[in-house]
Design a protein around this ligand. Sequence first.
Ligand code: NAI
Length: 772
Amino acid sequence: MGHSIAKVCVLGAGTMGAGIAAQVANAGVPVLLLDRTTDGPDRSIIARSALERLGKAEPAAFMSKAAARLVEVGNFDDDLGRVAECDWVIEAIVEKIEAKHALYARLEDVRRAGTAVSSNTSTIPLERLIEGRSEAFAQDFLITHFFNPPRYMRLIEVVSGARSNPDLVAAVSAFADQRLGKSVVACKDRPGFIANRVGTFWLQSAVNAAFDLGLSVEDADAIAGKPMGVPKTGIFGLVDLVGLDLMPYLKASLTASLPKDDPYQAIARDEPLILKMIADGYTGRKGKGGFYRINREAGKVKEAIDLATGTYAKARKPMSIPAVAQKDLRALLALRGKAGAYAWAVLGPTLAYAAALVGEVADDVLAIDTAMKLGYNWKYGPFELIDRIGADEVAQRLEAEGHAVPPMLKLAAGRSFYRVEGGQRQFLGLDGEYHPVTRPEGVLLLEDVKAASKPLLKNGSAALWDIGDGVVCLEFTAKMNALDGEVMTLIAQSIALVQRHYKALVVYNEGSHFSAGANLGQALFALNIAAWGEVEKLVRGGQQAYKALKYAPFPVVAAPFGMALGGGCEIVLNSDAVQAHAETYIGLVECGVGLIPGWGGCGELIQRLSENPRLPKGPMPAVAKAFETISTATVAKSAAQAQEIGFLRPSDGITMNRDRLLADAKARALAMVEGYTPPERPLFRLPGAGGRAALDLAVQDFAAKGLATPYDTVVAGKLAHVLTGGDADMADGVSEAELLALEVEQFMALVRDVRTVARIETMLATGKPLRN
Ligand code: NAI
């Protein structure tokens, strides 16, 4: 195709442009970030300040320091000519058509023909953007609509025009998918594309209904949040997050550009209260607060606004929603009183609107569902929601209330939008037929494997799946993918099975996080009844299982993503190789609950750090670094950072697109099969008692400065004991078995301390560490 993308230029260094530039850099691709020229000594101060802000953004925009160095800044007057160095130019300037037109006119003269130019516009149709441009420009032009924040939101909507070169669109889409990690959804050239079109309608319906039904914001968010599979911010919490001022802006833009008979026109309204809030600076979290605010004068009290009076009062506990209605949408909609009425007022019209848009904004229901799930963080897309309620029920209720029933909904009568047929997930097309849900090349989802097959092994906390080509996948299945004795049992069984019939094993799952670590609830139960034997069995059992994986005669590849903490980190450390999602937050956090890593994490981290060429040679540097990392419960904020810290090796792979993680991990495992030999057992050179004294001294120093609590020093002391090799004779080195025994010994000393029990209790109750 010839459209390889080696350098990118981003025009506009505002919220979106800067964030997009950071994500391009996160992919390891150099990027030129330009904005308006200013008078004064630094003519690129706008872009330069944006880069500075990026470095401090929370949540972080850059995945590593190395990525930050890939962004170069400049201005439109001195540097626009440098777009000729770039293969893709992304325009993300102010949403004003005249401004965009003016910039494109200048681009005509300086860009290389064949360089892709795309706009990040949220509302302006492509055909209007290219008015007045040359044929060559039109062929190279498309819309790439990122979501905010660009690093974390997985959706990118891509619109190509009638004249856009399909090869170029494909090349940009492939780059967005594989390098930037985005899920590409192709949209038609319609106002608001897919996600904002449906999302704005949804938010407007929900805000209207809360005012009309006289609902409190707390209750509205409790009903239209979690039970609907929407982030728990609900409606008003979400508007606070994105900014109240965005509502009238999107409304103005959509009402101006949508046809007069579009259902959105009928519901679009500006609430006087909301306009007043914006005028008074209550624009949400970025302003003085929004529907919710934190009242600092009253001592950090969370307050909510009364929609009827506009006054704030301490946020109340929302109405209680019965457990069935939390899980079952039909039960939620059937609730009596305001709760059921509100649920329907939010969902009914929104789902009908989404159904009416099939064919209009996208070719199929799949695109709309994907856009809402990835662009608005819905757990289920609109059509998956309809399936959960029943297409017939939705149609009947709409009809009963005098609403039009969209043809797509009628088409689904007596059926569902999705089904699994012969192990294949299928969706209902506009033609009334079912079509297979196909995945892009290089995407393998466990979800699909599970729909098509039965597990090879399974118990209450884990399962083993055949993912083809002789590779199996070990899946954790407990709540939060917590690890317990059952996981260890399944690992032992898996090893026996793979040895006989398979080539390699991948550790992977599709939960929200890879693993939150050992099941603390279970551990606490054992501690409370002083079942020390049970606890020790769990520690030793985990060590045995993990080491058996490490030394198994076949390759084991861990594929972490999201949080991989404590025992979840240790299984990664005990794997032969890692293929990590870029968004992996890995760490040995045991000290936070008064423990130390007990499943081999201590030795594995030391080993990785002693291989690290950036650390000075000798036993102490690696041990001191491991001590610092574990005692402060350091969690990497990305896979790249995990490599910097040392949890991952430089040779471990990083996958940007979450959907490609399993296929990449499988390929890595298969590449290791031929001639595979398990690693050799390490012999650790540790600093012994002298090293321990140095670490203890450092901890005392921390304690003196008030940075370590009394019990922190106790826990750190035990950790130092293990990491420095205990009382072993250092002359011969310390074997892996000896180090594991030290882990058990010191771990067991800690669990018998009531202060550890208190820490675990607090963590389970509040999710926060106790600083005792
Ligand atoms: P912003 O206001 O943060 O940044 C806009 C940038 O444009 C500024 O750095 C400014 O210096 C520059 N600019 C202003 N007037 C200009 C002119 N006449 N000529 C050239 N440059 C000019 O805007 P934001 O939010 O980053 O939006 C940029 C684009 O991305 C817009 O098209 C917007 O619709 C779109 N978008 C915004 C999203 C959001 O959540 N903020 C989400 C998705 C798309």
